[in-house]
Design a protein around this ligand. Structure first.
Ligand code: C2E
Ligand code: CA
Ligand code: CA
Ligand code: CA
Length: 279
């Protein structure tokens, strides 16, 4: 048993080294990826659950790695966050999303609200508010068509400062939503002091709707809570008709997920907007 323990330990170390090495290789590539133009954004529609209308899109970043192909954000956003690269990457995302949204408006599509994910380090950064202001000014996008998605973790790190910053963002006319709601630790009493407009139910609670009474209770409680606080509520990760009908019957306002559409490159999103609406 002792020997086995030792072997396990060596195995574990080798695995760890592989992971660290992989991380280092990715990190190396991340540093130059922005300059090399290797990032792109895809856009996932957000749909009104009652009218079926697309009212917004969430911008999601992808990395077109020269050797590894397309890499998803779960593999590199944490690295970008740890290394500080997120600040420059986040600014690129913000500016690209604003410019794209303005371009759709210029092409004559009904205006959409574009949502951009903001990671903790990016949110805490001093210049965030100015960066948002500049992205709007340079793209010519009106503030009402931009939303920032932040997670509870971002806010709970330094509650007072976060609320002050959220208020500055709101004062500009930009909307705020809490992403992955229910997975973090924000206290319900803190929630009422957040100048936000929307709660997003995390997809981990959506997955088993129709199968798990526990998840159904959580989802319908979040919907009730949001409405009592005069917030809108959106469910992410909606993949089945069953999930959609549960959410609709329980008063959820909006949804996002593969059932309606995967995240799409800008040209395909425009095609979807141009197509006649199906209910
Ligand atoms: P998130 O903000 O919670 O985004 C939702 C994730 O769920 C996205 O994964 C989306 O593609 C995926 N998704 C959408 N519909 C469905 C569905 O029906 N079923 C399932 N199973 N998944 C669905 P993605 O694009 O891989 O992004 C992962 C995470 O990376 C995001 O989670 C977000 O936290 C982060 N991220 C993505 N883009 C950015 C960015 O530009 N900046 C920052 N800071 N973080 C980003
Ligand atoms: Ca999000
Ligand atoms: Ca989420
Ligand atoms: Ca997430």
């Amino acid at each position: 048993a002792k020997d086995m323990g030792k072997n396990n330990c060596q195995f574990y170390t080798r695995e760890m080294n592989a992971t660290i090495e992989e991380k280092l290789v990715l990190l190396e590539g991340l540093r130059s990826a922005l300059d090399e133009g290797q990032f792109r954004l895809v856009y996932q529609p957000k749909v009104d659950l009652h009218t079926g209308r697309v009212f917004g899109v969430e911008a999601l970043v992808r990395w077109e790695h020269p050797e590894q192909g397309v890499i998803g954000p779960d593999r590199f956003i944490p690295l970008a966050e740890e290394s500080g690269i997120i600040v420059a990457l986040g600014e690129w995302v913000l500016r690209t999303a604003c410019a794209q949204n303005r371009a759709w408006q210029d092409q004559g599509f009904a205006p959409l609200r574009i949502s951009v994910n903001v990671s903790p380090r990016q949110f805490e950064e001093q210049l965030l508010v100015q960066r948002v202001q500049r992205a709007l000014a340079d793209s010519g996008l009106a503030a009402q068509w931009l939303e920032l998605e932040v997670t509870e973790g971002v806010i709970m790190r330094d509650l007072q400062q976060a609320v002050a910053k959220m208020a500055q963002v709101r004062a500009m006319g930009v909307s705020l939503s809490i992403d992955d709601f229910g997975t973090g630790y924000s206290s319900l009493s803190a929630l009422k002091s957040f100048p936000i407009s929307t709660l997003k139910i995390d997809k981990s609670f959506v997955r088993d709707l129709g199968r798990s009474m526990g998840d159904e209770a959580i989802a319908s409680s979040i919907i009730g809570l949001a409405h009592r606080l005069k917030l809108r509520v959106i469910a992410e990760g909606v993949e089945t008709e069953q999930q959609r009908s549960f959410l609709r019957e329980n008063g959820c306002d909006e949804m996002q997920g593969y059932l309606f559409s995967r995240p799409l490159p800008p040209e395909q999103l425009a095609q979807l907007l141009a197509a006649p609406a199906v209910k």
